[in-house]
Design a protein around this ligand. Structure first.
Ligand code: FAD
Ligand code: DHB
Length: 394
């Protein structure tokens, strides 16, 4: 067995693992990152696209925001559409200048990979059979296989940044973990299309046929989502049917609708709310999707991964600088307070904007009243804007 040694062993090279590795590097702390998938798979998979103001600031302060500043699209507002009309919410006005940045998770992954390579610290893709040991002792370890050879990392701490299906949370004895969650009776069919965005900002729409979302990735690429069944069969969705449905759900009476074009990618994403508490188990720390999942309607998943690892890197930084464990002790409770606010917001956005077939006529009228209130009341717009652009990191 090949023996390796580092300060922090990081499982998973999604946004949480890569950003944690980078923030630790800036603190002078060594880490080894291991990832099950190939680098190409991690970078190419189409996922999140919205960075909160605080996530964008964090990347910039950490020296990995150069391309984000150039190519990221700053949006100061969003539209909510219902009953045939689009209503703009001016988030910057409501929050004293805060905004969101449309910048694909793929681009974040590319920037963080480049920073990792430049740091010269270890990052290995395509590892197998990862397992974690001894996290209730002073000397935890991680075992894995790479190119047919067994490896063991001896470390001071393990960071479980391995996503919802990862091994770290699932290695914990069930009696040590409190699980909170709900699943939703719908999913999103998402597409990426070669079509210039027909609106400068995102449009979240509730239509009598269901939810739809207009987003983008660049001046040439549109990203769109449709509410569908959790077990929706993509084979039933040829391109023409997708465009027809998107047009029905998104077009507004002022004549606006998305531009159409060649569809580059299609996928179905299930929706759930999930929290596993606590986020610390001895010397094993969970971060990002490994500890919590939100339905995508609030655009919070990637941002929570970033705020978790900001807390964790600060706590590990303080520990290595002066031996103080206070921030490590506080990591779980501090992160969870922010996680739960994002859970509440994501659940609320999801319930406000999706067609629930179990709902009765009263519920539907109440849903429209809610959208009418949110798009008409300065207090309600301020609340949505504060949450959408991101609650404070501290
Ligand atoms: P992940 O990105 O899942 O990374 C975990 C990594 O660990 C993976 O690369 C995985 O391969 C690896 N791994 C798993 N098991 C092991 C193992 N045993 N050993 C080694 N490695 C392992 N969020 C937003 O903020 N805004 C959005 O607009 C948004 N839109 C989304 C749209 C879609 C369609 C989807 C699917 C998600 C969206 N999200 C969004 C959520 C966001 O993508 C996730 O929250 C984010 O990727 C979480 O990062 P993470 O690093 O915690 O987990
Ligand atoms: C995108 C995804 C989301 O979940 C969301 O709420 C807004 C935008 C996107 O992929 O662009």
């Amino acid at each position: 067995m090949k023996q390796l040694r580092t300060q922090v062993g990081i499982v998973g090279a999604g946004p949480a693992g890569l950003l944690l590795g980078h923030l630790l590097h800036l603190e002078g702390i060594d880490s080894i990152i291991i990832e099950r998938r190939s680098q190409e798979y991690v970078v190419e998979r189409v996922r999140a696209g919205v960075l909160e103001q605080g996530t964008a600031d964090l990347m910039t302060e950490a020296g990995v925001g150069e391309r984000l500043q150039k190519e990221g699209m700053r949006h100061e507002g969003i539209f909510l559409a219902f009953e045939g009309a689009r209503h703009r919410i001016d988030m910057a006005e409501a929050t004293n200048g805060r905004a969101i940045y449309v910048y694909g998770q793929n681009e974040v992954a590319k920037d963080l990979n480049a920073a990792r390579r430049a740091s010269g610290r270890s990052l290995t893709y395509g590892v197998d059979n990862v397992s974690v040991y001894g996290y209730h002792s002073q000397a935890p370890s991680i075992r894995f296989e790479a190119q047919g050879e067994l490896h063991e990392i001896a470390c001071d701490f393990i960071a479980g940044c391995d996503g919802f299906h990862g091994v770290c949370r699932q290695s914990l004895p069930p009696e040590d973990v409190r699980i909170y969650g709900r699943t939703y009776p719908f999913a999103w069919l998402g597409i990426l299309a070669e079509a210039p965005p027909s609106c400068d900002e995102l449009v979240y729409s509730l239509h009598e046929r269901g939810f739809a979302l207009f987003s983008m990735r660049s001046p040439k690429i549109t990203r769109l989502y449709l509410q569908c069944e959790p077990d929706e069969d993509l084979l039933q969705w040829p391109d023409d049917r997708i465009w027809e449905e998107l047009n029905l759900r998104l077009q507004t009476s002022d004549g606006w609708k998305p531009n159409t074009g060649h569809i580059l990618e299609k996928s179905v994403t299930g929706m759930r709310s999930f929290v596993a508490e606590p986020m610390r188990h001895g010397r094993l720390f969970l971060a990002g999707d490994a500890a919590h999942i939100v339905p995508p309607t609030g655009a919070k998943g990637l941002n929570l991964a970033a705020s978790d690892v900001r807390n964790l890197s600060a706590a590990l930084g303080a520990f290595y600088k002066n031996g103080k464990e206070r921030l490590l002790m506080e990591y779980s409770a501090k992160s969870l307070r922010r996680v739960w606010k994002a859970q509440r917001f994501s659940w609320w956005m999801t319930s406000m904007l999706h067609l629930d077939l179990g709902a009765n006529a009263f519920d539907r009228r109440r849903q429209i009243a809610e959208l009418d209130y949110v798009t008409g009341s300065p207090a309600a717009m301020a609340s949505l804007s504060e949450n959408y652009t991101g609650m404070p990191l501290d």
